[in-house]
Design a protein around this ligand. Sequence first.
Ligand code: GTP
Ligand code: MG
Length: 200
Amino acid sequence: SQIKEVQFVKSSPRAKDCPKDDKPEFAIVGRSNVGKSSLINSLVRKKELALTSKKPGKTQLINHFLVNKSWYLVDLPGYGFAKAPDAAIMDWSAFTKGYFLNRETLVAVLLLIDASVPPQKIDLDCANWLGRNNIPLTFVFTKCDKVKGGKGTRPDENVRNFQELIDKNYRQQPPWIMTSSVTGFGRDELLLHMSQLRNF
Ligand code: GTP
Ligand code: MG
């Protein structure tokens, strides 16, 4: 399940501009500052890789990274920074809707949730939107080094509360993984989880 090589493939302004969907892919989604870039860099053990998506304007793009020449990690624009908070998730989903609903090879969305803060409405909205649309989802809790119990088997209060607050409209309760990009905690579990979902 280890990552041997990663290549940046392209940045796409719309779903229809994405690379040909002939390989399994995972979309990395989450609020701005949740630790998206840090997680990608920690997974691929490259400090600078996700910086390619940090250039001004790139946040509006869908970035494809090819891993081991066989599957894609996809960096999507963060949400939660629009001026009108309630409009933010709608703007964001309008942009990415085409991608989520039409990408045949999407194995799962990795929805990043900051374990060091209480459940945020915008994250619940995002999780529930994905659930309603039957898009396979894994919760990846980030910054677990900052919470008591984040390294243990018993989930922290924020994590438990988040799971209680999401709608029960999933066919199956989404899997969840605790991580820290600072300590590397959860990295191997997440890589193994992704390889099991891909079937190789
Ligand atoms: P945007 O690119 O703005 O959308 O943010 P992002 O989701 O890519 O977050 P980024 O990886 O840039 O991390 C945001 C901040 O959180 C940085 O200061 C990171 O150092 C910090 N951070 C990220 N992951 C962790 C973690 O696992 N633990 C701790 N303690 N800090 C983290
Ligand atoms: Mg980033």
